[in-house]
Design a protein around this ligand. Structure first.
Ligand SMILES: Cc1ncc(C[n+]2csc(CCOP(=O)(O)OP(=O)(O)O)c2C)c(N)n1
Length: 589
């Protein structure tokens, strides 16, 4: 049967057909739908892990125990999981182990543009790179086989366009991979220096040479001969862009197995073509290799290193003026700057804190709440990576003390991020001491990436009930004094303002936990259906105080303030109106 699948759906299908038994992930664009789709196959045990390191460690244990295991994450997730990956490279596998990294050239929803292909030579593990949905499915099966044949974890590298584009995929039956026997082998599975030293030599002298040979012979790397005046070495989505621009007016070396790169094949290809181009997104990964082989080629001299490629960009970069057939799409897309949604529970606390914004430093984190930095709320000085909302705050606070700066530090972190990498920071704050304020924004879901369950929601990926990990208990258990903890409803501005004032005035570590579910959770939307706030135009003095909460449902046009149907009646605007001009469900305050 044939089906139109996204790359992420095809990866999930490939894992199913390959007999994968264990799949773990932490959500992150553009990888999130991989596990969501895998979890629909009952044969595979799927788990949202607390973070990517945990995901890879669980999958590594499962691989050593004998099962084909898969782990998926966004590019920055691999930084978190790098620790187990580098040592699993030494230990090798029992059941196949595939590590999917979904990179984000163009940074549609990421904080950096790192090119994770560079991880493969660094960790010395094999790497596979599909270009479309069909390859996503087929290559996952190859990846498991490569992993088992060469005793290595395999990095499976995709990018946003590969993950989210759709293509036709031929579905096949699942081939059960039986759980392999586990035999105790401490020389392989316990990486103390004596064993690691042996393993490193083995990797250099045996595994990598064998993989190099494979790279030159595998059908994952293929030459497509066309006009030999132009030769293009490329991989992933760049291959499809290059084909669109050059068609059969060029020859291609299409790389699908990208570490180790196929040296013999590259030389063979380069020898036959007149001008050699390397077309790849972001870093000159292939190009550096080709140049190091002493082969002349053109790459980043013309092709941009920053951002995504597109056929248009390649055309502009390489083709002669007269060949640049170009077309423009004449649509004026209205700008939609990201903003906290109408009814977002993060708004109340940011509004309360915004009154102190000139007197504080706020270290934010990665999640919907990063948008607290946007005007008019404007709460946010720093955001680095998941977890740093607390820890960068600790560091800033230290220097504030040394420099006698009279600025309190407020660190913000979401519930999913708290479980991911905030707990260690909180412990550090207690252990090493700080008088900062930590605000944990518990909206009962991982909202930013599309509502995945997390340890605080009481449900697992397939909707079964699980124990609900309680944030307040953790905060108490690590030693934050009870009198310095407030659990508040951020829709209640009096309570929120009071907690923020107490926190600001406290001379000790202070924790505020806001508890109110994301307004977009389906059940919550259902519950709140019909609730709304409305401006009583007779009472409205157009003071625009309500606009200062930054709610996208409220607008000021033609000298009239109005609330549109995005409103779900959170009542924050009503509470800030100095003239009681906002009604809730037709009733005044
Ligand atoms: C290491 C890493 N993994 C995953 C992501 C993707 N990501 C961004 S924010 C976020 C979680 C946000 O959830 P939460 O902390 O609960 O805040 P919310 O968006 O619900 O306010 C995730 C998974 C990332 N940026 N970095």
């Amino acid at each position: 049967m044939k089906k139109l699948l996204t790359g992420n759906e095809a990866i999930a299908r490939g894992a199913y057909e390959a007999g994968c038994l264990i799949a773990c992930a932490y959500p992150g664009t553009p990888s999130t739908e991989i596990l969501e789709n895998v979890s629909q196959y009952e044969e595979i045990r799927s788990e949202w892990s607390t973070n990517e390191k945990v995901a890879l460690e669980v999958a590594s244990g499962a691989s050593i125990a004998g099962a084909r295991s898969l782990v998926a994450m966004k590019h920055v997730g691999l930084n978190v999981a790098a620790d187990p990956m580098f040592t699993m490279a030494y230990e090798g596998v029992n059941g196949g182990l595939v590590i999917i990294t979904a990179d984000e050239p163009g940074m549609h929803s990421s904080q950096n543009e790192q090119d994770n292909r560079l991880y493969a030579p660094h960790a010395k593990v094999a790497m596979v790179e599909p270009a479309d949905s069909k390859e996503c499915k087929d290559f996952i099966k190859h990846a498991f086989e490569i992993s088992e044949t060469y005793d290595t974890p395999v990095i499976f590298r995709v990018t946003t366009r590969v993950c989210h584009s759709k293509g036709i995929v031929e579905l096949e039956e699942r081939k059960e991979a039986t759980i392999k026997e586990y035999t105790k082998d401490i020389k392989k599975y316990i990486m103390v220096p004596a064993n690691s030293k042996v393993k490193h030599v083995e990797i250099e002298n045996e595994r990598l040479p064998r993989l190099r040979k494979y790279s030159n012979t595998t059908p994952l790397n293929r030459i497509e001969w066309g006009d030999k005046k132009v030769g293009i070495i490329t991989s992933g989505i760049s291959y499809l862009h290059a084909k669109e621009v050059f068609g059969d007016k060029a020859s291609y070396l299409k790389i699908g197995f990208s570490y180790p790169l196929p040296d013999r094949l590259i030389r063979e290809f380069a020898d036959e073509v007149e001008t050699l181009y390397i077309i790849e997104e972001n870093d000159p990964y292939i190009e550096s290799f080709v140049k190091a082989m002493g082969i002349e080629c053109i790459g980043k001299e013309l092709i941009p290193i920053c951002g995504e490629l597109s056929p248009g960009i390649i055309r502009q970069a390489i083709l002669k003026e007269e060949e640049k057939e170009s077309y423009e799409v004449d649509i004026n897309v209205p700008a939609r700057p990201p903003a906290l949604c109408a009814g977002c529970p993060h708004r109340g606390i940011f509004y309360a804190v915004s009154k102190y914004k000139d007197k504080i430093i706020s270290t934010s984190d990665i999640g919907c709440y990063t948008l607290g930095m946007a005007p008019p709320l404007g709460v946010g000085d720093i955001s680095i990576c998941m977890g740093a909302g607390i820890t960068a705050g600790i560091g800033f606070d230290r220097v504030n003390q040394m420099a006698d700066r009279d600025k309190k530090v407020f660190g913000f972190i979401g519930d999913s991020t708290f479980f991911h990498s905030g707990i260690t920071g909180l412990i550090d704050a207690v252990y090493n001491g700080t008088n900062m304020v930590i605000v944990i924004l518990d909206n009962r879901i991982t909202a930013m990436t599309g509502h995945q369950e997390n340890p605080g929601t009481g449900k697992n990926i397939v909707g079964q009930e699980t124990p609900m990990v309680d944030i307040e208990s953790i905060v108490k258990a690590v030693g934050v004094k009870e009198e310095n903890i407030r659990v508040i409803d951020p829709y209640d501005l009096d309570e929120t303002n009071k907690a923020v004032k107490e926190a600001y005035e406290s001379e000790e570590l202070f924790v505020i936990i806001t508890k109110q579910p994301c307004a977009l959770i389906k059940d919550i939307q259902r519950e709140r259906r019909g609730l709304h706030c409305e401006i009583d135009q007779d009472k409205c003095r157009k003071c625009k105080t309500c606009l200062r909460i930054g709610c996208p449902a409220i607008s000021f046009k033609d000298n009239v303030v109005s609330i549109d149907n995005q409103c779900n009646g959170c009542t924050v605007c009503l509470q800030v109106c100095p003239f009681n001009a906002i009604e809730f469900n037709g009733e005044s305050r």
